[in-house]
Design a binder for this molecule. Structure first.
Ligand code: GDP
Ligand code: IMO
Ligand code: MG
Length: 425
């Protein structure tokens, strides 16, 4: 397929990085469209493990062009650190990275505001990654954001920056009792970013338009997951952007009809980091077993991830919003140790059975999972590369999930490495 979108189908960390890397082997372009360095995407190559927060996961393939779309919020310091990290490992990025001139910058005051607003919320805190993502998108919507293109005309930036810094300093000091930031220090940073990043800033919409028209193979790399979407997720316990298919279009300047396949990446169970409803969450030994076996600790913040069984109410909703042409199931091998495995097919809410995902966080807190119990398998799936080599019960588990979600399974991942992958179709 020419243009494939790889989207997180649950609450993030589904293994998008690994899958994008596998699919990018013969891709011309890998493009991020949403989020910022709240994302953490793991890729393992012959050079070892990479954790990308901003750079698209295609950067490890020397032939690929990597694009950061207008829908992404870019922390320039993090981007520079990631570029330097690649250079240290002998991966050059010159002429292989384009950052949209329209992307917004995550500024130092955004990080401060993220932390202060989370602290002020107390028990109602969202549990953000603390990377300034929400405040950066809020500034974008309030039309006081600073865009990458402004680094190209640093003198014109100063008067705007002054207004914005004064505005945020008033909030930091008067609302939160925090310490004001120094305008000139921030401006010095902008000058440095201008020096180091100008060569990468470009017109992403035009590049994407021309590339699609000339039949280039493009992988669109989602960040976060459908249930963290600002509109469709478990609001207010969401991120501040649109990790769903609509976001892929607005975040890169693509048109309806230009995306040939929409691939929903699902973990074979569920995880979530931070606060918010999680109907199938496990608070018992089984949850701890999965967390420890799968090393479910955040790629960005190191926080322990909350763990639960696969939730097909979430899966069906996510498929409805994104229109998956196919599912990709990762981390099947993590379930190798269990005698039986539960799958949530529906919820019980006030004595009724609910099939469709409720839109209200407090309603979700009252939902009780209704489980089907499927038998585990006696030979491991870890490292299996052919569908015919999967144990019968593992195949049965995959098929049942596919049936409940309502999308065919195209790829099954049986380990973190590239070759631990089954291409089903
Ligand atoms: P992303 O944010 O969706 O890219 O996912 P993360 O990189 O944050 O987390 C996924 C974790 O699972 C990483 O440590 C991957 O190396 C690992 N991983 C990906 N696929 C598999 C798999 O099929 N099996 C196992 N055991 N680990 C996997
Ligand atoms: P990847 O791309 C998992 C979660 C945070 C928090 C909420 C809001 O690696 O799948 P934010 O910092 O975005 O304002 O936090 O969203 N979150 C993620 N959880 N994976 C991610 O990205 C996430 N990005 C944000 O934990 O609950
Ligand atoms: Mg992640």
């Amino acid at each position: 397929m020419a243009v494939s979108a790889v989207l997180g189908a649950q609450w993030g960390d589904e293994g998008k990085g690994k899958i994008v890397d596998v699919l990018a082997r013969d891709a011309d372009i890998v493009a991020r469209f949403s989020g910022g360095n709240n994302a953490g995407h793991t890729v393992i190559t012959e050079k070892g493990e990479f954790k990308f927060h901003l750079l698209p996961s295609g950067v490890v393939w020397p032939h690929s062009l990597n694009v950061i779309g207008n829908g992404v919020v870019v922390d320039p310091d993090v981007l520079l650190t990631e570029i330097a990290g690649l250079k240290q490992r002998d991966i050059g990025i010159e002429k292989r990275l384009v950052v949209s001139e329209r992307s917004h910058l995550v500024m130092p005051y955004h990080v401060v505001l993220d932390e202060l607003s989370e602290k002020a919320k107390g028990r109602e805190a969202i549990g953000t990654t603390g990377r300034g993502i929400g405040p950066a998108y809020a500034d974008k919507a309030s039309r006081i954001g600073i865009r990458a293109t402004e680094l190209l005309d640093i003198e014109a930036l100063f008067p705007r920056l002054e207004v914005v810094v004064n505005h945020h300093n008033a909030i930091i000091t008067k609302v939160y009792g925090g310490e004001a930031l120094d305008l000139l220090e921030i401006f010095e940073k902008c000058k440095l970013w201008s020096d180091k990043l100008s060569e990468y800033i470009g017109p992403v919409e035009h590049i994407m338009f021309d590339s699609v028209n000339s039949g280039k193979k493009i992988i669109i790399e989602g960040a976060q997951g459908a249930l963290l979407d600002l509109d469709h997720g478990t609001y207010p316990f969401v991120t501040s952007s649109h990790p769903t298919i609509g976001g892929a279009m607005t975040g890169l300047g693509l048109l309806p009809g230009q995306i040939d396949e929409v691939l929903g990446v699902f973990k074979a169970y569920s995880t979530r980091v931070g606060g918010g409803p999680f109907v199938t969450e496990l608070h018992d030994n089984t949850g701890d077993e999965i967390r420890n076996r799968a090393q479910e600790f955040g790629t960005t913040t190191g926080r322990p991830r909350r763990v639960g069984w696969f939730d097909s109410v979430v899966g069906r909703y996510s498929a409805r919003i994104n229109g998956y042409t196919d599912m990709i199931l990762t981390r099947l091998d993590v379930l190798d140790i269990f005698d039986s495995i539960k799958v949530c097919s529906s919820y019980e809410l006030d004595d009724t059975v609910v099939w469709d995902f409720p839109g209200n966080a407090s309603t979700l807190e009252r939902c009780i999972p209704i489980y089907e119990e499927l038998p585990g398998w006696d030979t491991p799936t870890a490292g299996v590369t052919k569908i015919d080599d999967l144990p019968k019960n593992a195949r049965r588990y995959v098929d049942r999930i596919s049936e409940l979600v309502g999308a065919p399974v195209k790829i099954i991942s049986t380990g973190p490495h590239r070759d631990e992958t089954i291409h089903v179709s």
